[in-house]
Design a protein around this ligand. Structure first.
Ligand code: SF4
Ligand code: SF4
Length: 211
């Protein structure tokens, strides 16, 4: 699940100030689970924008707005309204926002901040576990992602601040390198404990359009 959080409504209103006729698209998948883009949040956004004097041309919740096939199918239901729309507020992760931008060719206003790929514990409680770094090291870290879970984003650690078990930044949490160490010991993978990973090669992050 891609974790998103709500943007401050003031930022959305500011981004929309030049536009009068506004459509709203929600995501019924990840953003719905995060309570940032489900049908309830789409309704709340419509109310907030109406209070600012905006005309809401349509609202729709799409199962996966990041999937162009689904998006094309579902947007047929609002195509007439879209023609009379100046800007579209999108309540999804950045992938959905950009897919909708490409499809509609309209001014797009995002209502969320995209954070991490996360585990859902309960609705409203999520654990970020992956940044999608494209060079996964989980095979050699005891299955824990240090660059996501260490507050300093360290690849090779621990830092000098840990007190043996606890993290110096978050005293409630274990230093993630300690968890990694324990897992490696349990799995009999001690040979990986002293492994030093090379610095990130950002040249491979330059994706081509289709990968
Ligand atoms: S190393 Fe971490 S951020 Fe990179 S792909 Fe693996 S889990 Fe995701
Ligand atoms: S104590 Fe461990 S988890 Fe905390 S910042 Fe340092 S290396 Fe990262």
């Amino acid at each position: 699940m891609f974790l998103t959080t709500k943007k401050d409504i003031k930022e959305i209103i500011d981004a929309a100030k030049k536009y009068q006729n506004i459509g709203i698209v929600g995501c019924a998948s990840c953003a719905s689970i995060c309570l940032t883009g489900g049908s309830a949040q789409v309704g709340e956004m419509a109310q907030s924008l109406k209070k600012e004097g905006k005309n809401i041309t349509f609202t729709i919740s799409i199962d996966e707005p990041c999937d162009m096939r689904v998006l094309k199918e579902d947007m047929r239901f609002v195509e007439d309204n879209l023609a009379n729309t100046d800007a579209v507020v999108v309540l999804s992760c950045g992938t959905g926002v950009q897919t909708i931008s490409e499809f509609t060719k309209k001014k797009i206003i995002t209502g969320t901040n995209s954070k991490f790929i996360a585990k859902t514990e309960h609705i409203g409680e999520y654990s970020p576990l992956c940044r999608g770094c494209d060079e996964c090291r989980l095979n050699f870290t005891g299955g824990v992602c240090t660059i996501t879970l260490c507050p300093k984003g360290l690849l090779n650690g621990p830092c000098e601040g840990h007190n043996g078990i606890k993290c110096e930044v978050d005293e409630e949490a274990n230093c993630i390198f300690m968890n990694s160490y324990v897992n490696m010991k349990n799995f009999g993978e001690e040979e990986n404990i002293a492994r030093i990973f090379s610095p990130r090669d950002y040249s491979i992050k330059t994706f081509k359009k289709n990968i």
